[in-house]
Design a binder for this molecule. Sequence first.
Ligand code: CMC
Length: 424
Amino acid sequence: MSEATGKKAVLELDGKKIELPIYSGTLGPDVIDVKDVLASGHFTFDPGFMATASCESKITFIDGDKGVLLHRGYPIDQLATQASYLETCYLLLNGELPTAEQKANFEQIVREHTMVHDQVSRFYNGFRRDAHPMAIMVGVVGALSAFYHNNLDIEDVNHREITAIRLIAKIPTLAAWSYKYTVGQPFVYPRNDLSYAENFLYMLFSTPADRDYKVDPVLAKAMDRIFTLHADHEQNASTSTVRLAGSTGANPYACIAAGISALWGPAHGGANEAVLKMLDEIGSVDNVAEFMEKVKRKEVKLMGFGHRVYKNFDPRAKVMKQTCDEVLAALGINDPQLELAMELERIALNDPYFVERKLYPNVDFYSGIILKAIGIPTEMFTVIFALARTVGWISHWIEMHSGPYKIGRPRQLYTGETQRDIKG
Ligand code: CMC
């Protein structure tokens, strides 16, 4: 539990003083507990949750001004370069990095759950072949709610744990199949001799006709790092959605499907796909200046720029840029879109419009370029974000269910009609 600081904020309302307790976390600003405002007959008003902490959490810390992102205390750049994605998953779920033995056990149990119930594969046939893979993901992950009835007691710590393992293990299979379905290729089943990232790329790109398909280790390493950089990000829109859905006691798979839906929007996880579409639309470096004028006239947004919390730089973007350079160098790619992206970045970092508004490249700006270099189709970019973020969502869902919580139920400032009668 957070520490009461002994300090109080005083709010004066209609001549009466209300003392509001102030709590300290281990890092970050103190928070004012506004619950007692209710007794005065008022609500607080904070659209977009600009200044509202919706819960207490021990998983991830962000300092947006300093560009700091810590998972269980560890900086994201250290995790991305010194730990694997599955080690990061273990850390998010359990609070500590695994020992060698714990790591081996965790990898083994994830491997044992990579297959999905064969009945699940039939759900795909209900979709049109030109469906967006995110639409398929919302459907098939939600459909998992209809399975695993024996392990769905949300009060049971073991049930929560096995649900987390199932989700982390199965989501690459479901994600790869959401692509295979749209291109009309047969589903490729998981191979448990491969690492987590290798297995995903194998299921995505191999075909029964190409029996010797080998995953390029450079691409597998880059994929693993992309997963790690997207693993969690405290109370963002999709995680808050998972918590809100979970606060009703809903089925965890349905909660994760709700998270996937929230992630899909271009203001959130959909931005990585939107960056590539934007680069396509701009076409060449010659058109950048004109495009920037459109942005300033607020006709379009510069996708992959800006963040609600980071107002200095996005620490994930820093590592992502490095990875981007490594991947492009290893693959010997000289991508004209990269040149275009670099020109956008250069202008935005120097133009007062962007500087004054603290608009810096975010993680999605570079991830789109690497994913393209790896050969991932654009429509799959947000699916990959969802795959990687599943561990963050389920860690928050578990944290919420591991202690006391209330159903999430915000109030509103009503500005509609006052009571009136239907005229007879
Ligand atoms: N391009 C141009 N102008 C922008 C942008 C942008 N990408 N983002 C914000 N602004 C402007 C905005 O118009 C406003 O200007 P003014 O003060 O003149 O009205 C000012 O900057 C503040 O913007 P805001 O909309 O109040 O900021 P927000 O904190 O509500 O929005 C955001 C944050 C991420 C939704 C927004 O920056 C955005 O839409 N960015 C593009 C989409 C994107 O890249 N999203 C990925 C975020 S990182 C991955 C993830 O965690 O999901």
